[in-house]
Design a binder for this molecule. Structure first.
Ligand SMILES: Cc1cc2nc3c(=O)[nH]c(=O)nc-3n(C[C@H](O)[C@H](O)[C@H](O)COP(=O)(O)OP(=O)(O)OC[C@H]3O[C@@H](n4cnc5c(N)ncnc54)[C@H](O)[C@@H]3O)c2cc1C
Length: 311
């Protein structure tokens, strides 16, 4: 069975190779849209590299990248196509699956081949459940198109560079329908992703100026402050938010200040080691997820905590 792997992210690419080996692939083929150097790197990890020069595809746009990948897939005959589940990877996979006429599945954390075909485990309901899903019809039917699965980062160990695969250039003819006029770097969170201590302000904070209270607590703890989505997306108090649709955090200590603990927020903090919640409402859902809870008014509790931490 041939498994093809594609990711623009180098670390995730190595994890995809491990996942392909885990599937007992007899041949692991890399799809590369990049430079000669990228193709050579991929050859150290796989049996074969099918390589399209990035200059032939142009600036990143999902449709054009999906089209290039489609042409790479057609140059080979993989039964499974594993794509790195980044924002770009997920967007490309969705379009590619339409071109292939096969379903694609995202948020995959594990996968196996059974009599039924490709079976995957994927997050469901914002990460509170795991669903087992069969991807499309049986693998080895007359249908030549591969099953497409987007793997989440961090679930397979990065493969070692122990191959010396062949590199084959694929020439593609991409008819672009969009022109990129400007590329703006996305505003980054202030190191939230990698912070050991994260203190998040929620709508319990009444005014933008009052964020300084929470910021002080974050500083006193040696951590970084974030906010919930309403404070960012609705009130524009900060450029990014913590949660399922924002930044997922995995600190040693998370403190939620005036955060109710809705599922979309909790999905982005569930990998925190210790969760502390400060909320005036003892029935707030955040307490169900918290290791420690303080029921109280944040305007009284937070200054006291800061004072205690400073002494
Ligand atoms: C598709 C989708 C994606 C979403 N993604 C995200 C996401 O990634 N991240 C995210 O955060 N949200 C997300 N949301 C929004 C989410 O559903 C909630 O609306 C949001 O998390 C609530 O934010 P909050 O806890 O700050 O506000 P609220 O739910 O309004 O909670 C405020 C809390 O503050 C408490 N409080 C009030 N006054 C005080 C006080 N003086 N002292 C102490 N506590 C007090 C209240 O008891 C309450 O529990 C998403 C929603 C959708 C539909």
């Amino acid at each position: 069975m041939e498994v093809m792997v594609y990711s623009e992210n180098e670390k995730l690419f190595k994890e995809l190779v491990s996942a392909a080996i885990h599937l007992n692939a007899s041949k692991v083929t890399a799809a590369v849209i990049g430079t000669n150097e990228d193709a050579e790197k991929a050859a150290k990890l796989t049996d074969k590299v099918l390589f399209v020069e990035a200059s032939q595809v142009g600036e990143y746009r999902p449709k054009e990248y999906a089209e290039a990948l489609f042409q790479i897939v057609k140059a080979s005959d993989p039964q499974v196509l594993l794509i790195g589940g980044t924002h770009k990877g997920n967007a490309i996979a969705a379009m590619l699956s339409v071109m292939l006429g096969e379903p694609s599945v995202t948020e995959v954390s594990d996968l196996k081949i059974t009599e039924e075909g490709l079976m995957v485990l994927r997050s469901a309901f914002g990460g509170v459940a795991v669903a087992e899903v069969r991807v499309g019809r049986k693998l080895f039917t007359k249908v030549a198109s591969p099953k497409v699965a987007c793997l989440k980062p961090g679930f397979f160990p990065p493969a070692e560079e122990e191959k010396n695969g062949s590199v084959e250039k694929v020439s593609v003819d991409i008819k672009s329908t969009a022109e990129v006029l400007e590329v703006k770097e996305k505003e980054k969170g202030v190191g939230l992703e990698d912070a050991d201590i994260v203190v998040v302000a929620g709508r319990g904070v009444k005014k933008k100026e009052d964020l300084s209270l929470v910021e002080e607590l974050a500083k006193a703890l040696g951590g970084v402050m974030g906010v919930t989505r309403p404070l960012s997306a609705d009130l524009h108090w900060m450029p990014v938010w913590v949660g399922m649709s924002g930044i997922a955090v995995k600190p040693k200590l998370y403190v939620g200040v005036g955060v109710s603990g809705q599922i979309q927020h909790v999905a982005g903090i569930r990998n925190s080691k210790v969760i502390v919640a400060i909320n005036i409402d003892q029935n707030a859902p955040i307490f169900e997820h918290a290791d420690y809870g303080i029921v109280g008014d944040l305007y009284q509790v937070v200054p006291k905590l800061v004072e205690m931490l400073k002494t």
